[in-house]
Design a protein. Structure first.
Length: 64
């Protein structure tokens, strides 16, 4: 199972649990998970492809 949570505030710790609902009723609440949101980093600058370590199925890049 996979889900996405949007609108989290950077620097805040969130306490998250899951509850499933179907025609048979509600499940028990899952254990809580603590999630710490952070701001996205800046985009990488000065990308460099290392041709010696790259091939048809893999690429090695580095940046500042």
């Amino acid at each position: 199972m996979e889900w996405t949570i949007i609108g989290l505030t950077p620097g805040v710790i969130f306490k998250i649990a899951q509850l499933a609902v179907n025609s048979q009723g509600d499940s028990q609440l899952s254990n809580y998970v603590l999630i710490g949101a952070s701001a996205l980093p800046s985009a990488p600058q000065n990308l460099y492809k290392d041709s010696l370590k790259s091939n048809k199925t893999a690429m090695t890049i580095s940046w500042d």
